[in-house]
Write a protein that binds this ligand. Sequence first.
Ligand SMILES: [Zn+2]
Ligand SMILES: [Zn+2]
Length: 137
Amino acid sequence: MPSVRGSCLCGAVEFEVTGTPGGATHCHCSRCRKTRGTGHATNLRVATEELRFLRGEELLTKFHPPDAKYYEHWFCSRCGSTMPRFDSGRGFAIVPMGAFDDDPGARPSRHIHVASKAAWDTIYDDLLQFEAGPPTL
Ligand SMILES: [Zn+2]
Ligand SMILES: [Zn+2]
């Protein structure tokens, strides 16, 4: 894809994604639910070299849950918005799709960690559902 930009709520952090996006996924895991405060997160996976922070990278706070192997939450320390992160352990980057200012073109194709779905949340679409993570990342 051409350059697609995103930013946090206060605008201090801005990023750019280029190249071909990987999977766009609704994630219902409890970590995503808590960090986003929503029923699920919607994330876009891109290659590490396809994500670049344009400004404000020094404002990012990075939280790693002690019991998590890969999960991290990167957010703007000024406004709290979830921001993209590099997942060096798995060799890709994850972009919270709500942070895009432009349309990245990619559309969600699946729900993951459905076994952790909030009791009050109902899935109304007919996308693929996986109880845990997808069979292939
Ligand atoms: Zn901000
Ligand atoms: Zn998740």
